[in-house]
Design a protein around this ligand. Structure first.
Ligand code: HEC
Ligand code: HEC
Length: 411
């Protein structure tokens, strides 16, 4: 049993490390296979392991599908995840091109994340069912394009029990989690700043082997460290048990209501605000931004302006600045002939700039001249107590959570 585990581990390590070598000084260098290869041949249970591993498509992908996925990805996803899936272009959007990730993640996990988003992060729900732009086939195409970032073999995941079958211990796991993981993943695993690993939807799709690989090997060169040396196999399994327990506790906080499918595109509300008002003072044309305090002051003083929510409609439906219209950055075309030309348009998002700046640029390109971006985004607006409309009011967060949410939206 021990032999089988270490063998699987070596394969995973070697495969995870290759492909990173050029770009990354911290990547674990794959040990020469000969020095660590078990002296006997692989165990007879290899097929069972292969079955347990993630399965990227066995048939070559249709180039037309990849091209369609590429167009969607570049228009919608690249503002945060980067043109090549390198991640961290905006906010804490993770890398999508990591060999360890793509070699181990299932299509089901990818689809779930893309269609339903990740509550509490800027990762929106992109499916048509949530008012987003992507149908089922579109998501398939986007996944095909993301898969094209990695041509290597699928990794053999270590799903088995530990040698000697020690029982994972949540209490130990909770202590280790607080010590090693909390600062990046949040006390409950859903507060960020990094991946919501306590999200029940994520954990439903993440197998033990997938989690072990991510924790043991990390995701160099991203900030996710490799814990292979700092924590033993047992400690890592204890932490995984703590994650699964967190997911059960988090379920009520992150469940999306089953609302009817929203109208698409969403209709514009009455624009502008203060239609008879004067022009606002102190607004700065994109690519400059306008501070939140200036926008709020001018709005209260009765200046004429229109707030545009640049995010996905699912985010807008959940919460938006009072009086704002939904004009998604990836396709403002249905709204262009309905937006006022003589009025300052204030684009905002929560990242706090990636989507709002993309929309502002598209509006300038379409001939609008008075276009600015709200500097701090909707998170800061809410934190200051300015009016928002929430169709799905969350349970009042504890004060500690509020402070954290504020810090997170402002970074
Ligand atoms: C210094 C910050 C940091 C620490 C500490 C950290 N992580 Fe991470 N973690 C990250 C980042 C950043 C990512 C996303 C990496 C990427 O872009 O692929 C991540 C990703 C992950 C993932 C994969 C999530 C996914 O969606 O695929 C798992 C699982 C994970 N971390 C578990 C842990 C555990 C367990 C610990 C503690 C033992 C821990 N992390 C400690 C920053 C951290
Ligand atoms: C506004 C920025 C933003 C945009 C735009 C965006 N994402 Fe994300 N995405 C994120 C963030 C932030 C996360 C990490 C969520 C978390 O904390 O778990 C994420 C997570 C993900 C994950 C990882 C889920 C997991 O847990 O392993 C996938 C896959 C993903 N995004 C795909 C996409 C695709 C495909 C698109 C375009 C259709 C897209 N994203 C658009 C910000 C964004």
């Amino acid at each position: 049993m021990r032999l089988q585990l270490s063998f699987a581990f070596v394969i995973a390590l070697a495969a995870a490390a290759c492909g990173d070598n050029a770009s990354d000084g911290h990547a674990p260098k794959a040990a020469p296979a000969a020095s660590v290869t078990p002296t006997t041949s692989p165990p007879a249970s290899a097929p069972a392991e292969a079955k347990a591993s993630a399965a990227p498509p066995a048939v070559p992908e249709d180039p037309a599908r990849i091209a369609h996925g590429k167009e969607l990805y570049l228009r919608i996803c690249a503002v945060c995840h980067g043109k090549n899936g390198e991640g961290y272009v905006a906010d804490a959007a993770p890398a999508l091109n990591h060999p360890g990730y793509l070699g181990s993640v299932t299509d089901a996990l990818l689809r779930d994340a893309i269609e339903n988003g990740r509550t509490g992060s800027t990762m929106s729900a992109w499916s048509k069912a949530h008012g987003g732009p992507l149908g089922t086939e579109d998501v398939t195409a986007v996944i095909a394009f993301i898969r094209s970032f990695y041509q290597g073999p699928k990794l053999v995941l270590d799903e088995g029990s530990l040698p000697g079958n020690p029982r994972s211990d949540r209490v130990r796991g909770a202590v280790l989690y607080a010590e090693h993981c909390q600062k990046c993943h949040g006390a409950r695993g859903i507060e960020g700043p990094n991946a919501r690993i306590g999200d029940p939807a994520f954990l439903r799709r993440a197998s033990r082997g997938f989690l072990r690989l991510a924790i043991r090997e990390g995701r160099p060169p991203t900030p996710m460290p490799a814990f292979r040396d700092a924590l033993g196999l047992e400690a890592i399994d204890d932490i995984i048990m703590q994650l699964r327990a967190l997911a059960r506790e988090n379920a009520p906080r992150v469940t999306r209501g089953s609302q009817p499918k929203p109208q698409s595109p969403l209709p514009l509300p009455k624009l502008p605000q203060n239609p008879k008002g004067r022009d606002p003072r102190g607004f700065r044309k994109h690519p400059e931004t306008t501070p939140l305090d200036v926008v709020y002051r001018e709005m209260k003083a009765g200046a004429r302006l229109a707030l545009l929510d640049a995010r996905a409609p699912s985010d807008y439906l959940r919460e938006h600045i009072k009086g704002a219209a939904s004009v998604p950055y990836y396709d403002p075309s249905p709204y262009l002939d309905k937006l006022p030309k003589d009025t300052w348009l204030v684009s905002y998002c929560s990242c706090p700039h990636a989507e709002s700046k993309t929309l502002a640029q598209k509006l300038l390109n379409a001939g609008f001249e008075k276009v600015t971006v709200l500097d701090e985004g909707i998170g800061a607006w809410r934190a200051k107590g300015h009016p928002v409309v929430s169709e799905d009011p969350p349970a009042a967060p504890a004060p500690a959570d509020k402070a954290k949410a504020k810090a997170q939206t402002e970074h």
